[in-house]
Write a protein that binds this ligand. Structure first.
Ligand code: ADP
Ligand code: MG
Ligand code: ZN
Length: 417
């Protein structure tokens, strides 16, 4: 029998060391602990891990966690063990002894969380072992990896549905990728098409100001934006490696502390930039999308896109690096006809299958819709992610409705003619 939520509060405090749930967590923890099938969509950093780790302690037996990255699994297992929770991982990176220790805990019924690399599901031995192990819950982290038309597709994730049928236990799926197509694929492949209880939570980042502008004098537009925020940490995303270098130089010439970052740089050089950005105040990193994974500086005050991102998801993720501390942060995204043509041809010339290309065009179109929105960008952005009730007052269109802006602009031109 699941215990009630006051137990959850106690476990939250005593085991995980947190005073309170983050928005959305309590409801998800409750539903997963009760054994409902759940799909939870929360942004990166929202606290998804807790939403299966805590229920795993409430439920009887062992919870199997499928996760795509060995490093992520190891981190979580280490954290859980430090908190005194019996957790283990079975991955290809394990030593023989590590594997044996995990098997022993599983057989003795002591293990509460078993992290499994998806490749493991391919072996019949794993399936049989799990059938005897008293599994009471399957948790799927990064569930969008099941989407064949997404960018993180992992074929072995397709075996999870089969595992769920074999074990006949509830399944809870977690992801930060929320577009409707991906959600549909998750429901089809993980839940056999039977709608789980869905939680879509916390995509709004109300402290981030949203602004778009057509490219006019793009270099000057970016330099002015940076000049108005001198001394604050920021990221400028560029479409090419070459541009990160030239723009960084231009900013240095303007007296900023700035450096370039892209995938063509030596790993060591990149680490230096990452370390400087984490520790220095007021550094501007001019980067390609290679800069991002693992950037968790809380006080990034602004993010600018010198070129249009490739999709609405990429846009959301990239601007989302600003203002993690909750204090005001600003963004500017430039777009022009060239960007749109470039992004389209990148999609068409890529090696992806036609269905995936179709989905990618859709994600780009959604971003163009946002760039050309006539009213509140936040409503448009969050509407795409399925959030209906949105209040804003913190985007360029809310600051200055389009009609009013055009009228003043027209008047100003007329007066100066
Ligand atoms: P996600 O998987 O959604 O990206 P994580 O599960 O990695 O997010 O959690 C992000 C961070 O938030 C972690 O450092 C985690 O310890 C912290 N966190 C999660 N839940 C809470 C909470 N209720 N209170 C405080 N910090 C939390
Ligand atoms: Mg996570
Ligand atoms: Zn708005």
């Amino acid at each position: 029998m699941p215990r009630d939520m006051s137990d959850a509060d106690t476990i939250l405090r005593d085991i995980f060391g947190f005073d309170s749930f983050r928005p959305g967590q309590a409801e998800i923890v409750d539903a997963v602990s009760r054994g409902e099938n759940v799909l939870a969509i929360m942004p990166t950093g929202g606290g998804k891990s807790l939403c299966f780790q805590l229920p795993a302690l409430v439920r009887p037996g062992v919870t199997v966690v499928i996760s795509p990255l060995i490093a992520l699994m190891r981190d979580q297992v280490r954290g859980l063990r430090e908190a005194g929770v019996a957790a283990g991982a079975l991955t290809s990176a394990n030593t023989e002894e590590e594997n044996d220790a995990v098997w022993d805990m599983l057989h003795s019924g002591d293990l509460k969380l078993l992290y499994l690399a998806p490749e493991r599901l391919a072996s019949g031995g794993t399936q049989r072992m799990l059938q005897q192990a008293g599994v009471s819950l399957i948790a799927v982290d990064e569930a969008h990896c099941v989407s064949q038309w997404g960018h993180d597709f992992r074929p072995d994730y397709l075996r999870i549905g089969e595992l769920r049928r074999a074990l006949d236990v509830p399944l809870a799926a977690f992801t930060a990728t929320a577009d409707a197509e991906t959600q549909d694929e998750i429901v089809t492949r993980l839940f056999d098409g039977q709608s789980p209880r869905s939680f879509l939570r916390g995509f709004d980042r109300p402290n981030i100001h949203l602004m778009f502008a057509p490219k006019n004098k793009p270099r000057q537009q970016i330099i002015s934006f940076a000049a108005a925020r001198k001394g604050q940490s920021g990221i400028i995303y560029c479409g090419t490696r070459a541009k990160t270098e030239t723009l960084a130089q231009a900013l240095v010439a303007e007296g900023h502390s700035a450096c370039a970052y892209h995938g063509g740089m030596e790993a060591e050089q990149r680490r230096v930039v990452e370390a400087r950005f984490a520790t220095e105040d007021g550094l501007i990193v001019v980067a390609t999308v290679a800069f991002g994974m693992g950037v968790d500086k809380p006080d990034i005050r602004w993010v600018a896109h010198a070129d249009l991102p490739k999709s609405i998801e990429a846009y959301y993720q990239e601007i989302g690096r600003a203002g993690r501390d909750g204090a005001p942060a600003e963004t500017l995204t430039l777009y022009g006809g060239d960007d749109i043509r470039l992004r389209r041809s990148q999609i068409d010339e890529g090696l992806a299958p036609p269905e995936r290309r179709h989905a990618d065009h859709g994600r780009l179109n959604a971003l163009l819709g946002l760039a050309e929105a006539l009213e509140c960008r936040r409503k448009t952005l969050l509407g795409y992610f399925g959030e209906a009730e949105v209040s804003c007052g913190n985007c360029d269109l809310c600051d200055k409705p389009a009609e009013v802006f055009d009228a003043t602009e027209a008047v100003r031109k007329a007066l100066s003619a």
